[in-house]
Design a protein around this ligand. Structure first.
Ligand SMILES: Nc1nc2c(ncn2[C@@H]2O[C@H](COP(=O)(O)OP(=O)(O)OP(=O)(O)O)[C@@H](O)[C@H]2O)c(=O)[nH]1
Ligand SMILES: [Mg+2]
Length: 302
């Protein structure tokens, strides 16, 4: 009797790393056709390493969106840096993203060095190619091709999707052979309540200017089904009274707008009707307190 050979599958982790604001979260959303990673025009949007799973015929890629790598000035920033380093250590493949449109002199040399040091295969992704002249973009890619430390160099646009299928193919080539690590329908390793806090934070980033969003953390106090609706009660923590005033806004307008927009996004995500209640709390100096960072989910509580 002829035996049917099981298909050979590949599965593994691909960490998306780079400086803040280069488009890592936009890229993860594009590659997985989800909106699980929050995106904003402000740097330092992502705070936790979030795995988003793409299951294809015979291959499962776990893309890990990481916080932008930057100088550690507070305990919160230190937690970001450690989270990126831990992710590079554990991953199978590093996707190093750079933004050629930035005027900054730092293009992520430090994170590139750490990625090389890890000995993992590295794909260099030059993102936001849509915002460049075609010839300039081609020159940038060919200049980097000579660096033998990169398994491949790709010019892409996470915004338009240009060359994103090529990137997926490059990742699959480098993936280890093995069985799937998650169920075929799994989208992430994070629970629903985590995404609820992120969608609230996304609206805070969108609606408030300057420093306040960076001094804001969101915790979920209640997440339960009541009469066909999900009741979510969340605390928004800030460092100072003045920030609390800005978040609440004149006559409570700002917090109302944040609540309405966030509720709509959470309803889309959960595909259920939601009642969202937000409370603003002052937690003095939380970005510098390791205890608070643990409580808010930015540091391992071990
Ligand atoms: N023109 C253009 N803009 C892009 C592209 N990808 C991302 N952006 C924009 O860049 C900004 C930052 O995008 P994010 O995806 O939040 O960047 P990030 O690297 O995850 O940022 P952090 O989480 O802060 O590290 C947003 O305004 C995006 O719309 C792209 O391919 N082209
Ligand atoms: Mg991000």
């Amino acid at each position: 009797m002829e035996r049917v050979r099981p298909p050979i599958t590949k599965a593994g982790f691909a960490a998306i790393v780079g400086l803040p604001n280069v488009g890592k979260s936009t890229l993860v959303n594009r590659l997985t056709d989800t909106k699980l990673s929050i995106v904003s025009p402000k740097a330092q949007t992502t705070r936790n390493t979030v795995s988003v799973i793409l299951t294809l015929p015979n291959a499962q890629i776990i893309f890990q969106d990481t916080p932008g790598f930057h100088e550690a000035t507070t305990a919160l920033n230190q937690a970001f840096v450690e989270s990126v380093l831990r992710t590079i250590k554990m991953t199978d493949i590093v996707v190093f993203v750079i933004d050629p449109t930035t005027k900054k002199s730092n293009h992520g040399e430090e994170i590139e060095r750490l990625a090389v040091q890890s000995g993992k295969p590295i794909i260099l992704v030059i993102n936001k190619i849509d915002a460049l002249d075609k010839k300039v973009a081609e020159d940038l890619v060919s200049k980097r091709l000579s660096n033998k430390r990169f398994s491949s160099v790709l010019g892409i646009s996470a915004l338009t999707g240009y060359n994103c299928d090529l990137l997926i193919n490059e990742v699959i080539k480098l993936l280890p052979k093995g069985p799937y690590l998650f169920g075929e329908d799994d989208l992430s390793d994070m629970p629903e309540r985590f995404f609820a806090t992120e969608l609230i934070r996304e609206q805070i980033l969108n609606l408030l200017v300057q420093e306040v969003p960076h001094k804001t953390a969101v915790t979920i106090e209640t997440f339960k089904e009541i009469e066909n609706r999900v009741l979510i009660q969340a605390n928004i923590h800030v460092e100072r009274d003045s920030q609390k005033k800005i978040l609440i806004g004149k006559g409570g307008n700002m917090i109302k707008n944040i609540g309405t927009a966030a509720r709509q996004r959470i309803e889309e995500f959960l595909e259920r009707s939601v009642r969202l209640e937000l409370f603003v709390k002052v937690s003095p100096n939380w970005t510098r307190s390791t205890n608070k960072l643990k409580e808010f989910g930015y540091l391992d509580s071990r």
